[in-house]
Design a binder for this molecule. Structure first.
Ligand SMILES: Nc1nc2c(ncn2[C@@H]2O[C@H](COP(=O)(O)OP(=O)(O)OP(=O)(O)O)[C@@H](O)[C@H]2O)c(=O)[nH]1
Length: 255
């Protein structure tokens, strides 16, 4: 092992992002059910105005409810996972302070859009979750999560035949959009697909523990406007961050 390698002393933080309703909470419930016997887990959920996702996970009975912590973002979900990650970092630190060392802290983003990804300052690895019910073409629309998240999950494959989506083709197009990067076609009703997901998590955690893992930033948000925040510094497509006035938020393209 090279001299400058530092073996991590805290839990690996795994982000789960993706559009609204693609099955992020259910996927986390599945992971908790499959892994809580072998790993010390914690979960942090992000909702805009409520603790709905945390309540769902607590009621699923897959993990000690004390290990599931809600963060109420009060703003667009990407704000708390990318722009200012303080609330999530504190929640992760609190979990480890309360339970001693953990192996894995899973952080669920509030459902957002195709451009929202986690900051590498918050998570060590991240999943981006699409579902077949959103349409087979979604995977061709690209974006940082689809192209560069550590793992792309194409969820609810059991619904493919009901919504006219060719799941194998969607997975193939997902791999193409990621230059061959990993894709798991998942259904909570398909144990083989769950084994692929848990296998990926175990492998990533093992690599993280070697101290050789480097969190990858899938890329910045597309240029967008925050309502009521005109005149404040914000990122631009040319890579710079500066302030200037915008048209009213309704005229913008984002959140
Ligand atoms: N058929 C099927 N339905 C699923 C699967 N996974 C999740 N669902 C359903 O999809 C719906 C949305 O699931 P959630 O886990 O709440 O999705 P989410 O991404 O956390 O939703 P938000 O937090 O609102 O963005 C629920 O009705 C789930 O029961 C699956 O593998 N197959």
């Amino acid at each position: 092992m090279p001299e400058n390698t530092t073996v991590p002393t805290r839990a690996m933080r795994l982000g789960v992002a993706g559009p609204v309703g693609t099955g992020k909470s259910s996927l986390i419930a599945t992971l908790c059910q499959a892994l809580s016997g072998e790993l010390r887990l914690g979960v942090i959920t992000n909702d805009i105005y409520t603790d709905e996702d945390a309540r769902f996970l607590k009621s699923a009975g897959v993990l000690d409810p004390e290990r599931i912590r809600p963060v109420e973002t009060g703003a667009c979900p990407h704000t708390a996972i990318r722009d200012d990650v303080t609330a999530n970092l504190l929640a992760a630190e609190d979990l480890e302070a309360d339970f001693g060392s953990l192996d894995l802290v899973i952080i669920e983003s509030g459902g957002d859009n195709l451009t929202a990804t986690f900051s590498p300052a918050l998570v060590d690895a991240q999943l981006f979750v699409l579902d077949v019910a959103g349409g087979g073409d979604v995977v061709r629309k690209g974006g940082p999560g689809i192209a560069r998240a550590d793992l792309l999950v194409i969820n609810k494959t059991d619904l493919g035949e009901h919504v006219g989506v060719d799941v194998e083709r969607m997975a193939r197009e997902g791999r193409a959009a990621r230059a061959g990067g990993p894709v798991v076609a998942l259904s909570r009703h398909d144990t083989a697909s769950i084994r692929m997901l848990t296998g990926w998590v175990r492998e990533t955690l093992a690599h993280y523990r070697t101290g050789h893992h480097t969190p990858v930033d899938p890329g910045p948000m597309a240029p967008h406007i925050h309502a009521g925040r005109t005149g404040q510094p914000h990122p631009h497509a040319d890579g710079t961050t500066h302030a200037h006035d915008h048209a009213p938020a309704e005229a913008g393209q984002g959140t």
